[in-house]
Design a protein around this ligand. Structure first.
Ligand code: NI
Length: 290
């Protein structure tokens, strides 16, 4: 008996260390982002880690701010009639969002999946990547996907002057509009960073998220899939990045599986319209529940 127990303990230990190794090797994978010079690889990775680390804080902040707003002002930012939830025929709407692209090898695979299933998503693109991957961006826009700004060069806006921030925003909007022929209505701040100065001057609604795939960290199809499918809810905004092949792998399963569960994939602006939320500049939004 003791021998058997010892064997079991040993095999669990081996499994755990294997899982650890896989996780580590995943983290050291070279970023496929062709824009990044090799010397910026670690910086980019660190930035993303900061972004994800802040997720919890950001979400909490958003909730707090919303309750402050609803108690101090008469305008409702996110709530609407709760009677809809009792309607068994009411559809469930979600917004899949992708940051940090475009990156054609991954963006196109995601678009293939969306097109196949008649689903739409929102891409928060980095302006200085747009010219290189213009074809993918145009395709996304033509398919009815929404294109939002993720600034021009992925800067943390909290660290910029107001004029530097305005420059980041206007350059990114110009780059997007030149390709899509459409305006830009929403933005997502890099690292989720948006202090009061940013909110007061950015000039766009700030779209945060309520479901985090952690795809930048996991680089693993099954983990990405579970993080989304386990946490999704009606009105959620889901955060992913169209830089990693494992993200496209997960999207191939997430989209049909959630459609089968009654979810409809819409853009962020569509989700807000459906839920009667009027987007306002400088206000953070992380979901739009019924
Ligand atoms: Ni980003």
């Amino acid at each position: 008996m003791k021998n058997n127990l010892l064997k079991k303990v040993l095999s669990i230990a081996v499994c755990l260390s294997l899982i650890g190794m896989v996780g580590c090797s995943g983290d050291t994978n070279v970023d496929p982002d062709s824009d990044s010079a090799s010397n910026s690889q670690n910086v980019s990775s660190d930035t993303e880690q900061t972004e994800a680390t802040q997720t919890t804080t950001t979400t909490t902040t958003t909730t707090t701010e919303k309750s402050d707003e609803s108690s101090s002002s008469s305008s409702e930012k996110s709530t609407s009639s709760t009677s809809k939830t009792t309607d068994p025929n009411a559809k469930k709407y979600i917004a899949l969002t992708f940051d940090d692209g475009p990156y054609s090898p991954v963006t196109n695979r995601i678009l293939d999946t969306l097109e196949k299933h008649g689903a739409k998503a929102t891409f928060f693109v980095v302006g200085d990547r747009v010219a290189q991957y213009a074809t993918s961006l145009k395709r996304a826009s033509d398919l009815g996907c929404e294109i939002g700004s993720h600034t021009y060069s992925h800067k943390n806006l909290n660290r910029l002057s107001v004029s530097e921030m305005s420059n980041e925003m206007s350059k990114s909007v110009d780059a997007i509009s030149r390709v899509t022929g459409k305006g830009v209505a929403i933005m997502r701040p890099p690292e989720g960073a948006a202090n009061d100065t940013v909110k007061n001057n950015v000039g766009f609604p700030l779209i945060m998220w309520s479901v985090d795939s952690l795809d930048w960290k996991n680089r693993n199809m099954q983990m990405n899939y579970n993080n989304v499918v386990d946490d999704v809810f009606d009105g959620s905004i889901i955060l992913m990045h169209d830089l990693y092949p494992a993200t496209a792998d997960a999207v191939e399963r997430i989209v049909p599986d959630l459609i089968a569960k009654g979810y409809v994939f819409v853009t962020v602006s569509e989700l807000m319209r459906i839920r009667g939320v009027a987007l306002e500049s400088g206000v953070k939004y992380s979901s739009a529940k019924p």
